[in-house]
Write a protein that binds this ligand. Sequence first.
Ligand code: ADP
Length: 501
Amino acid sequence: MRIVHVAAEFAPIAKAGGLGEVLLGLTRELTKKGLDVETILPKYDFLDLSKVQNLSIEVPHFKCLEHQNAMWSCKYEECQLHLLEARHPAGYFHRGKIYGCEDDAARFIYFSRAVLEYLALQNKPIDVLHLHDWHVALCAPMVRNLFHSLKVKSIILTIHNVEYQGKCAVADLNQIGLNGSFYLTPNLLQDDHPKHPSTINLLKGGLIFSDALVAVSPTYAQEILTPEYGGGLDGTLRKLRSKIVGILNGIDEKSWDPETDPFLPKTYGVESALKGKQRMREVLKLGKRPLIGAITRLVAQKGPELLEEAIEITLKLGGSYILLGSAPHAKLQQHFDQLKKKYQGNPQVLLEFEYHEALSHQLYAALDFLLVPSHYEPCGLTQMIAMRYGTVPIVRATGGLQDTVFDVDDASTIAQKRNGFVFRDKTKESMQHAIARAVRLFVSDPATFQSLIRRGMQSDFSWKRPAAEYIKLYRSKSALDINPIRINVIADRDQRIQSGQ
Ligand code: ADP
């Protein structure tokens, strides 16, 4: 079975968050299980290509509209990658970052089309074209309406976060040779928000034209059908609910393994967890108080106000607090910079604002508790990574957090499953109650605390089970003789535009 993934990230060579890790972990496991798997991503200017093997130019020149591109191929460990070098005059992937440019929509629309031009040149049948998030969602309508020669049996779109949708203008579609105004109708790519009738929504195009949609946890698959979590697309998603499934992400066991982690001064397993964690604490000079921390992007989704409130709550309970956060927005960054000044010189509070891979590994090892107070969390990897490192999660019950963390005091869950602390409301009080219970257990019941460490470390958060679920979905979709969703009138017009008629 030939599976082609298309995405904006692939860890560790291009990682901004969980998306890149999912691509690595999932494609590695699918390859191990014998599938023919490739991943296509942009050849960003900042890629660290010292980490890849067999880098070579695969197609030196191919055109996307009037622009030249090249396709590179390489391997990252067992994963087969293709890196698309866009020689577009706007320097779309020469910006030193994955996201955060004003023309992000135009950049990824161009990438989507160039990927399909490359696949059309290859002329090799594809069983599943697996798309990830809004960045490449436009591939779905383009495959069905424009690239008729492409032999794609089925298209699957994984929704990693429905809040990010790639909203843009009709002109952005025109730019890449599509007839933008034809897509601007409620049953195609017109944004569902009543106040934005002239906005194109790229994610919506992917939702409508894919054969199956995967939400990254069973709870998130339900949540996105509601106005609270659907990001304005809940109406469309409710109509499409029969093709939505929830598959919980895994974590890449090789990247996240305290027994082999090169970033740790002393690696450790289940039996040596306390010693290994203690050594990490000494190296980072973190003391012996109960240590609560968070490792997160600092964006509204992650509950930044709760992450801030947690500092004083932790101090009052006699603990120490660490936040490793990366803030993509200047306003929030300034706010947290002020906070850092306020706590300067306080040995019980450490606030670090950067994206620091090595430090993140060390903190997962050093912490007693990882706090994840997200307003919403499609899956969340940090709570699973934490448990693998023997760090007990304190989370808000939403999305994948609800599917992976079970409260120690919840009598409705079997005792062997209980592995952390859970709070329901998005309030300081609700979080405070959970943190207080956690610290109390740490101080007064070390035996139970240690059993939580052990339970987390022995849990299977690998990609084995999720990859098996994806394979089942691939088989069910590519075996069916799917009648592709096509809109021929658009296809005809697009083709005329494409051929300059
Ligand atoms: P999201 O994808 O929404 O950011 P996830 O929990 O799915 O959240 O994945 C976050 C990933 O990014 C984890 O691997 C986490 O360790 C990493 N991460 C987040 N912030 C930082 C940071 N400031 N420094 C290093 N790693 C980070």
